[in-house]
Ligand binder design. Structure first.
Ligand SMILES: NC(=O)c1ccc[n+]([C@@H]2O[C@H](COP(=O)([O-])OP(=O)(O)OC[C@H]3O[C@@H](n4cnc5c(N)ncnc54)[C@H](O)[C@@H]3O)[C@@H](O)[C@H]2O)c1
Length: 431
């Protein structure tokens, strides 16, 4: 089977590579000529685990173009994975989805046989049928369900493990315009996935609600744990790890995302939560849990900055270790580490930062921060070292790297406190 993928970014290019690895012929489309060139050369346009290797290994089944017509006419399914940027009110813009829909529609006009269009970008409930479907019908001159089919099929992957997440999902979510379209997509996933996951088929609107409801549930769990961590820190003897280790044994709760550390960031969690709040307001419903989750998340940055100021000696220097929004990625979108670095440096405090992957991106937004060439160089200069992202590389910090009187503040508790006696503090542990 031949498939096309519109949008070759952080999610689109791993999709191309993963689809090709399972024997599908894949044509990628992007408006960015550089991304098209790189994919054609078997090189990754974005930083993602295993992407390089998968693109190289499956090069003969992969091509890329800027030409929608070529992609649509030479494939049976077209996945749309273009950006849906957040607007101020929390809504996701469908500007790029609609642009893609127009081009796909024009190509469909020339295509005699049935074609399935699959929207994978995250959208606000109502957008697939409200924004995309009308342009597909208008530009193709065909009726949805007859000349072409439409599905909403978001992915639940995490940056840093996108290819593995695509190949081995917990479940596949399919919102379908009609049974024939859902059958085609289900059959595609049965061939594609390695782990035979449950496939949940439903109406498009229910799939749209499910997508952002799922991420909002996960963020709720994170904020809940962060709330408990703050409490444990304040109660003498409190220790968040001891508490969550026991809590997570209850199968209704589980251990995942029950850490109690810094808040969530990245291109999905914060905005999906706000999009659910926006959607609810449109229908006259209040979502106090989602609102509290967002509030608790924003509070993490403020409380960390306050802590740093209380620990830091006069004219002291702060070292921030970690700038990406999580380990194994160079993405800094909504990164709490970047926000903390910004706030502290803008108070006139000297800040040096180090991150194994995200420094180039961070340099574009942190103009009052200096950047170290190595972990050791960053640690040696500081009076207060703040570990904001649990990169495994940071476990290599040696106690003798710390200058006299310097302290370590470990937001994710990745170091052994015994090694840094008297110098070690952490989120979630009373001191
Ligand atoms: N990154 C994630 O972790 C993740 C996870 C789940 C869902 N999503 C959703 O996936 C969507 C895409 O996210 P991303 O992170 O891959 O975005 P991205 O910005 O990394 O990539 C999008 C790509 O689409 C291209 N593009 C834009 N308009 C186009 C058009 N009209 N035609 C062809 N190409 C076009 C851009 O040039 C870019 O290469 C968003 O809706 C996002 O919310 C992302």
């Amino acid at each position: 089977m031949k498939v096309s993928v519109i949008g070759l970014g952080k999610l689109g290019s791993p999709m191309v590579a993963a689809f090709a690895s399972r024997g599908f012929e894949v044509i990628g489309v992007d408006v960015n000529s550089e991304f098209v060139r790189l994919i054609n050369e078997g090189k990754p346009p974005v930083f993602e685990t295993d992407l390089d290797e998968y693109l190289k290994k499956n090069k003969e089944r992969i091509s890329a173009t800027k030409d929608y017509r070529e992609a649509v006419l030479n494939s049976e399914i077209t996945f749309i994975i273009v950006p849906t940027p957040s607007e101020k009110n929390g809504n996701f813009s469908t500007q790029y989805v609609v642009q893609a829909g127009k081009e796909i529609g024009k190509a469909l006009k020339e295509k005699p046989n049935f074609h399935l269009v699959v929207l994978t970008s995250t959208v606000t409930p109502g957008s697939t049928e409200g924004d995309l479907l009308p342009v597909l019908e208008e530009y193709s001159g065909k009726k949805c369900g007859i000349g072409f089919g439409l599905c909403y099929n978001p992915e639940f992957i995490a940056l840093g493990s996108v290819i593995n997440g695509l190949l081995n999902p917990d479940f596949v979510l399919i919102g379908e315009s009609d049974k024939r379209s859902g059958d085609i997509l289900e059959s595609f996933y049965k061939d594609f996935c390695l782990n035979n996951p449950p496939i949940k088929r439903m109406s498009i609107i229910n799939a749209e609600i499910t997508k952002i409801a799922l991420n909002t549930y996960v963020t709720t769990k994170i904020s809940y744990s962060n709330m408990l961590a703050e409490l444990c820190e304040k109660i003498p003897g409190g220790n968040i790890d001891v508490v969550t280790d026991a809590l997570g044994c209850d199968r209704r709760i589980g251990h995942k995302y029950l850490k109690g550390a810094l808040g969530y960031g990245g291109p999905c969690f914060p905005r999906d939560n706000r999009a659910l709040i926006f959607t609810a307001k449109r229908f006259g419903v209040e979502l106090p849990i989602a609102e509290a989750t967002d509030k608790i998340n924003r509070h993490q940055v403020q409380r960390l900055v306050k802590k740093v100021l209380s620990f830091l000696p006069k004219n002291g220097k702060v070292c921030i270790l970690g700038l990406s929004y999580k380990p194994e990625t160079n993405v800094i979108e909504e990164s709490q580490s970047v926000e903390i670095a910004k706030e502290i440096s803008e108070k006139g405090i000297s800040v040096i930062a180090f991150d194994p992957q995200a420094m180039e991106n961070a340099k574009k937004v942190l103009n009052k921060v200096s950047f170290a060439n190595s972990l050791k160089e960053a640690v040696e200069q500081a009076d207060l070292i703040l570990i904001t992202v649990p990169w495994k590389e940071f476990k290599e910090i040696q106690p003798d790297w710390l200058k006299d009187g310097a302290i370590l503040f470990d937001c994710w508790r990745i170091l052994d406190p015994k090694k840094y006696k008297g110098k070690y503090f952490a989120i979630g542990i009373s001191s």
